[in-house]
Design a protein around this ligand. Structure first.
Ligand code: HPA
Ligand SMILES: [Zn+2]
Length: 337
């Protein structure tokens, strides 16, 4: 990775971050010991050796397995605080954080434990870490549409903590339209809507997420590059893409970082952002992703500043436009080293 971390202080918002994907091996072992959960790896080094993925599914298998260590409110609080501290050290000023409640409920951990545990860290995040936050509840697209509706129902007592909904997990074979009803219900509740689309799934899933689910941002969206008419639409409507370059390399969505379409997507006029996805698994947090695209894709200062600006413009900060304006001013004032 980057020989030096020049872009760590560039102010940025992180818009594509799965909190369960920030579980570092050290914390996984600490929580396993605290909760008496057995892991099938002898130590952190052995666990790290398992971080070689052939595709999205092979990653998801380990991601869901390790969640077994998360059991109490305190565990979720500790997980979020560890992420926020690392993110702050990499210039993240605002984080919109995904969580996967179905994966926890299936293990007997309640929605309340997850949301209230995360909230303990999030409500003090500006004081403790200098990072503002939002929480986005994701539905697992390889579970049923009914399960998503039940999950939204379970979240109702906690909606004052939740800004929006998303859609993640195994994409291929699980088109966005499967979740039409729960997205309609979430819209009626005044929730923001995003969805993973075009990571492993085809460009048509991006179109469907926009047309059927009414999403405001596309998570990943990488494969839009295969459909020029879709790119034209995304440019015209200024639909933000939350790209995750290091994730794409680790999950083999691209052959190498040098082959990543980010420069071409920016040149096409798309509203791109750069994010970390599951940083404990993919080799880097937000600043690491910025450093990597600068070093490997040769993005210049104008493009890097544009990415940082886009991250705040695409964030769900419409309830605090003053804060968004302050962040945008920080981006414009930033002096590159
Ligand atoms: O990169 C991802 N893609 C889909 N689902 C996910 N859940 C966690 N990370 C991911
Ligand atoms: Zn993701």
């Amino acid at each position: 990775m980057s020989p030096y971390h020049a872009l760590m202080p560039l102010p940025k918002a992180e818009l594509h971050l799965h909190i369960e994907g920030t579980l570092e091996p050290e914390l996984a072992f600490e929580l396993a010991a605290r909760n008496g959960v057995a892991l099938r790896y002898p130590d952190t080094e052995a666990l790290r050796q398992a971080y070689r993925f052939a595709d999205l599914q092979s990653f998801l298998n380990l991601y869901y397995e390790l969640m077994a260590v998360l059991r109490t409110e305190r565990d979720f609080e500790d997980l979020a605080n560890a992420y926020l501290a690392r993110a702050a050290a990499q210039g993240v000023r605002h984080a919109e954080i995904f969580f996967d409640p179905q994966a926890h409920i299936a293990r007997g951990v309640s929605m309340g434990t997850v949301v209230e545990g995360l909230w303990r860290a999030l409500e003090k995040s500006r004081q403790n870490h200098g990072v503002s936050t939002r929480l986005i509840l994701c539905f697992l697209r390889d579970e049923s549409a009914d399960s998503a509706l039940t999950t939204l129902e379970a979240a109702r007592p906690h909606l004052d903590r939740i800004t929006g909904i998303g859609l993640d997990s195994a994409e291929a074979g699980h088109p966005p339209a499967k979740f039409r009803e729960v997205y309609r219900a979430a819209a009626d509740l005044g929730l923001h809507r995003v969805a993973h689309a075009g990571e492993e799934g085809p460009p048509a899933y991006i179109t469907e997420a926009l047309d059927v689910l009414g999403v405001e941002r596309i998570d990943h969206g990488l494969r839009c590059a295969e459909d020029p008419a879709l790119v034209e639409r995304l440019v015209r409507d200024r639909v933000p893409l939350t790209l995750c370059p290091l994730s794409n390399v680790r999950l083999r969505a691209v052959d190498s970082l040098a082959d990543h379409p980010l420069p071409a997507l920016l040149d096409a006029g798309l509203m791109c952002t750069v994010n970390s996805d599951d940083p404990a698994y993919f080799g880097g947090y937000a600043g690491d992703n910025f450093d990597a695209v600068r070093d490997t894709l040769g993005l210049g200062e104008d493009r890097l500043r544009e990415l940082a600006r886009n991250s705040f413009l695409a964030s769900f900060l419409e309830d605090d436009e003053e804060l968004r304006a302050a962040y945008l001013a920080e981006v414009e004032a930033y002096v590159f080293p």
